[in-house]
Design a protein around this ligand. Structure first.
Ligand SMILES: Cc1cc2nc3c(=O)[nH]c(=O)nc-3n(C[C@H](O)[C@H](O)[C@H](O)COP(=O)(O)OP(=O)(O)OC[C@H]3O[C@@H](n4cnc5c(N)ncnc54)[C@H](O)[C@@H]3O)c2cc1C
Length: 325
């Protein structure tokens, strides 16, 4: 029987971990300081199989896609809320160089099977997906508060926990100042808008540097900016203007935002997520550095944690705790 676990943080990482430990029959509880600064509350929830100006296939997408899709569909069934949507991404080239780069990759099969059509000014990426992250967090929080598993409080790392065998850091950007700080993390500020944008095709994301993602209520997420190294949470007029311009170009509509949200993405030096045990403290773990692709990686990392706790299985070397100084 696995030891009991305290999960610190109920963002996407903590939520998917709690769900996975439940399924594995592992005893756990959770403490969370509230979602005011959680990156998960501003995540549009997209799984995009090909990213960046150089059209790079998302790391591990081929092997993780089936597991990730099945996991969120199972979470939707367990929590009784709709969470998953299959999508395609209509991605427009910004420059001739970008078009040539992507076409060269297509010709040598480097983007197979994720590009399904090519037109004069864009390509269609599919399958892609979207998880309604705020709904997942809210459904899990309601259940776990009612069950007495989740306590709303800020965990003090200096005091630690006497009750649980294991403590797992799922604190998102706050992990850069926590017990795993020596791993060396970086943040990137991201801003996103929500706006009513009627008439969008609900199964299609439009993308040209920024994306317009239809939501479930006749509106859209418009995002996101990336500012590496910036760690304030202030919304800026500059981001608002940039995102609205992109949305107009992609949809032909002038959007009037109903919300302007800001979050911090956390990344490790090598841009890989991190899951594993502290180099000097047994039974202290981490599940973090999800960067801008947390939705894809969270179910995989949660499975590794539940297998580690239940059977002592090792973590995949590509994500195991590494590089502590
Ligand atoms: C603008 C933007 C858009 C994004 N879009 C996407 C997207 O489309 N697709 C995608 O896959 N990813 C996206 N991301 C990335 C995604 O948001 C993250 O990968 C993911 O949400 C990180 O989840 P987390 O649980 O690690 O951290 P968080 O969501 O930040 O959660 C951490 C939680 O820990 C709590 N906490 C912190 N310290 C303590 C403490 N001491 N005690 C108790 N609780 C504590 C916090 O209150 C918070 O609730 C986006 C990010 C941004 C900023």
């Amino acid at each position: 029987m696995a030891a009991s676990v305290l999960i610190v943080g109920q963002g996407l990482a903590g939520t998917v971990l709690g769900w996975a430990l439940d399924r594995a029959g592992i005893d756990w509880r959770m403490v969370d300081a509230g979602h005011a600064h959680a990156a998960s509350r501003v995540a549009a929830g997209i799984i995009n199989p090909v990213t960046g100006l150089r059209w790079v296939k998302t790391w591990r997408i081929d092997e993780l896609w089936p597991e990730t899709r099945a996991a969120y569909q199972a979470m939707a069934a367990d929590f009784g809320v709709p969470l998953w949507r299959d999508l395609r991404i209509r991605r427009y080239w910004r420059t001739e160089k970008e078009r040539r780069t992507s076409q060269a990759k297509l010709e040598r099969g480097a983007l197979t099977p994720w590009v399904t059509a090519v037109a004069d000014d864009h390509a269609v990426l599919a399958p892609a997906g979207r998880v309604d992250v705020p709904t997942l967090l809210a459904a899990a929080r309601t259940r776990w508060l009612a069950e007495g598993r989740l306590t709303e409080a800020k965990f003090d790392w200096a005091l630690g926990s006497e009750r649980e065998g294991w403590v797992i850091d799922c604190t998102g950007a706050a992990a850069r100042n926590g017990p795993f700080a020596a791993l060396g993390f970086a943040v990137s500020k991201g801003e996103v808008l929500r706006a009513p944008l009627p008439g969008l095709d609900g199964s299609e994301v439009r993308h040209r540097g920024h994306w317009v993602v239809p939501d479930e209520i006749g509106g859209a997420w418009i995002g996101a900016t990336h500012e590496p190294g910036v760690d304030d949470l202030q919304p800026t007029d500059e981001a608002r203007t940039t995102l609205l311009r992109s949305a107009e170009r992609l949809t032909g509509f002038v959007a009037e935002p109903s919300a302007h949200l800001v979050g911090l993405r956390l990344a490790a030096r090598d841009m890989r997520p991190v899951a594993g045990v502290h180099p000097h403290q047994a039974r202290l773990g981490i599940f973090s550095a999800l960067g801008s692709k947390g939705v894809l990686y969270a179910p995989w990392l949660a499975r590794q944690w539940s297998e580690h706790l239940a059977k002592g299985t090792g973590f995949d070397p590509a994500v195991a705790v590494r590089g502590a100084k």
